[in-house]
Design a protein around this ligand. Structure first.
Ligand code: ADE
Length: 268
């Protein structure tokens, strides 16, 4: 069970986005829990203000330290009081600030984060958040890519989706996280469903053969071909880490060539 806590000015946005389809089912099954905490609920400003102009001038408004700090501390305290057996609870939970200045999110990071019990995501808006509160709270600065969005909500949702599907019980067996793109640093092989012929295009014969060993081998070869073409850097990494695969493949192909030559000779 992993608990996602999202600190945001737009709680409806994240709750709506994350309570759909597979993640909705996961919440209902209590494989994951998701809560959105409205930072505005924690402001001490009597007009509900959470942002102000930046010192030194410049365009736009900045989210102020106080409401962000109090919202985060309230979540940390709740987490700590829910686990009295863990006195170091407060402060031990990772606080992820989603920002284009962070490390770029990737599958291995999702796998690592999926092992946590609680994750706090801090979503900025406007021009960002007062640096002092970031220094005080944040353990991880993470970006979802080299482009700038209007706020941290979509990046937090992207990350939560990628992490949640790795949590045991979230996916059904047939949706398994183990066999697809990136689970082994390779892109996924092509897949086909009914009908066998669509607009004159046939499903590859091997997939209709019923030979599971051959099908597995074909799929791996397709994955490798695709990765080599589309993501050569991933392919190179895989090749370096799987030298044994290429040695075995070479031996197999040599055996097949020998067999074919023998057959040809016998036919003459
Ligand atoms: N906030 C705005 N743009 C972002 C991005 N690319 N990644 C993470 N957080 C962001």
């Amino acid at each position: 069970m992993i608990h996602f806590h999202i600190l945001t000015l737009f709680p409806e946005m994240v709750m709506q986005g994350l309570h759909t389809s597979i993640l909705k089912r996961a919440v209902e099954k209590e494989a994951i829990a998701i809560e959105a905490v409205n930072i505005r609920d924690y402001t001490l400003d009597k007009h509900g203000k959470v942002d102000d102009y930046t010192y030194g001038g410049g365009a736009g408004m900045l989210m102020q330290a106080q409401p962000v700090y109090d919202a985060c501390k309230a979540v940390e305290q709740r987490i700590a009081s829910a686990q009295p057996e863990n006195p170091g609870g407060e402060g031990s939970c990772r606080v992820i600030y989603v920002t284009p200045q962070g490390r770029t999110f990737h599958q291995a990071m999702a796998q690592e984060l999926a092992r946590e019990k609680h994750l706090i995501f801090l979503c900025g808006h406007y021009e960002g958040i007062d640096e002092r509160v970031l220094e005080e709270l944040v353990t991880d600065y993470v970006s979802i890519g080299d482009y700038v969005l209007t706020g941290g909500e979509l990046p937090a949702m992207v990350m939560i989706d990628a992490i949640a599907r790795l949590v045991p019980g979230v996916l059904h067996n047939h949706e398994s996280a183990a066999t697809e793109s990136f689970s082994d640093d390779l892109l996924e092989y092509p897949q086909y469903s009914r009908p066998e012929i669509w607009q004159g295009r046939r499903v590859p014969d091997i997939l209709l053969s019923g030979n599971h060993g051959e099908i597995e081998r074909w799929r791996l070869e397709q994955s490798l071909e695709r990765t080599k073409k589309l993501r050569p850097e991933l392919y190179e990494k895989w090749a370096r880490e799987h030298e044994e695969y290429f040695r075995k493949k070479e031996k197999r192909e040599a055996r097949e060539r020998k067999k074919q030559n023998k057959q040809k000779k016998a036919e003459k």
